[in-house]
Ligand binder design. Structure first.
Ligand code: NAD
Ligand code: MG
Length: 396
């Protein structure tokens, strides 16, 4: 039976990797729903290649342009929806088997939640959604009886290295000593600390191993990405922060590891290519072709591991503090980070000011339990307002 797929954030880097894997396995998967923010030309190309039945665009003006293009090209089999409401609800459409959550940032929360339904596979790339709403997100998965599978390469590696789950993504932690979460250290691993303040957005986005969207690329340079991933790991695998150790591994070949009580360490390795974890999740528990080259150990030659340096990566320290505080702290951290990264990418603040914006926002807010979606959204909004005011002061 062919599985019907909905991709939230189809025009991004993860969207492209997912569509590439699906294109190699057309007998197994069909593309039914695609969404995007503004890039109507790219979405038009994807409509030509994949003939989805529905597409949704957050930007109404872009959706109109897409409609005209589809009409001019006699492609009226695709229905075009537009606006935030459409994006937020489109994944709830019946007859979908797999939802790939690949919108970047908090904009992905409501669209992803709406796609969580009984017996569906939810392939989670959008880590910000889980960081914002952790307990609530996991409880919706549980309540609806959906199958949550981690696309983030580290979490996918951990999932593959844990004792094999008997029931969907619910992991069996018996005999596990620790989770070893690896990260490359990003493009500035070896830069002198005093050079960091003058780093440009293009330099921060030039990741040595991975080709990704600009927000996650900056997060990798600050290592906030690893901080968000630490929070993600705690929720996904139901572990405490003490159970997870962050290890810098510049080559990005070992995607993460699990160490066991008997001294064994199981690692998942592969070339740094997101098509591997996407293919793993799409087909789980089977395996399919991802188009990824096999590892050539002779050309890699050397694998290195080191401790993270918190002076170089203050964002990582802030993320660890936020996990320890708990309650609304991860949601505030995530919102302030999104505002700070956006300000850095549009040249309003310096690279080293990203951590300042986040730390000041955390210092200005009260922490409280987040019990429902309204509280999560209002905390996110308040943190964004505060972070925006801090950015304005810094960029004067
Ligand atoms: P990207 O910037 O390349 O793509 C983002 C997608 O989200 C695009 O399709 C865009 O149209 C859509 N989008 C952005 N803002 C939107 C809005 N307001 N409303 C609706 N849609 C919107 O990002 P990416 O690199 O593909 O990353 C996507 C997610 O996956 C992020 O959460 C990232 O942390 C996570 N992730 C990415 C990678 C990677 O290798 N790229 C690896 C692990 C996890
Ligand atoms: Mg990752």
């Amino acid at each position: 039976m062919v599985s019907r797929v909905c991709i939230l954030g189809a025009t991004g880097s993860i969207g492209a990797s997912a569509l590439d894997v699906i294109g190699r396995n057309r007998d197994e998967y069909s593309v039914d729903i695609l969404t995007a923010n503004t890039n109507f030309q790219k979405l038009f190309q994807l409509c030509k290649q994949h003939e989805p039945s529905i597409v949704a665009m957050a930007c109404a003006e872009s959706a109109e342009k897409l409609k005209s293009l589809l009409k001019e090209n006699n492609m009226l089999q695709t229905t075009v929806l537009s606006g935030t409401e459409a994006i937020n609800n489109v994944a709830s459409t019946d007859n979908i088997d797999i939802v790939i959550a690949a919108i970047v940032g908090s904009a992905g929360l409501l669209p992803t939640l709406s796609g969580i339904k009984k017996n569906r596979k939810i392939l989670l790339a959008n880590k910000e959604a889980l960081v914002m709403s952790g307990d609530l997100f996991m409880s919706v998965i549980e309540r609806e009886g959906a199958i949550l599978l981690p696309v983030d390469s580290e979490h996918n590696a951990i999932f593959q290295s844990l004792p094999q789950p008997t029931e969907f993504a619910k992991t069996n932690l018996k005999g596990v000593h620790q989770i070893l979460l690896t990260g490359s250290g990003g493009p500035f691993l070896k830069e002198p600390l005093e050079a960091l303040a003058s780093k440009t957005p293009d330099e921060a986005c030039a990741h040595p191993n991975w080709d990704m969207g600009r927000k996650i690329s900056v997060d990798s340079a600050t290592m906030m990405n690893k901080g968000l991933e630490l929070i993600e790991a705690c929720y996904l695998f139901n572990v405490a922060i003490e159970d997870v150790e962050i290890v810098i591994h510049p080559q990005s070949i070992v995607h993460s590891m699990v160490s066991y009580l008997d001294g064994s360490v199981i690692a998942q390795m592969g070339n740094p290519d997101m098509r591997t974890p996407i293919a793993h999740c799409l087909a789980w528990p089977k395996r399919i072709d991802a188009g990824v080259k096999p590892l050539d150990f002779y050309s890699i030659a050397k694998l290195e591991f080191q401790n993270p340096d918190y002076e170089r990566y203050p964002c990582l320290r802030l993320a660890i503090e936020a996990v320890k505080i708990g309650d609304s702290a991860p949601c505030i951290l995530n919102a302030a980070n999104e505002i700070a990264v956006d300000a850095f990418l549009s040249d309003r603040i310096k690279f080293t000011e990203i951590a300042k914006v986040i730390e000041t926002t955390l210092n200005k807010m009260e922490f409280e339990p987040l019990l429902n979606i309204e509280q999560i959204i209002s905390t996110d909004k308040l943190a964004r307002n505060i972070a925006n005011a801090i950015v304005s002061e810094l960029s004067l």
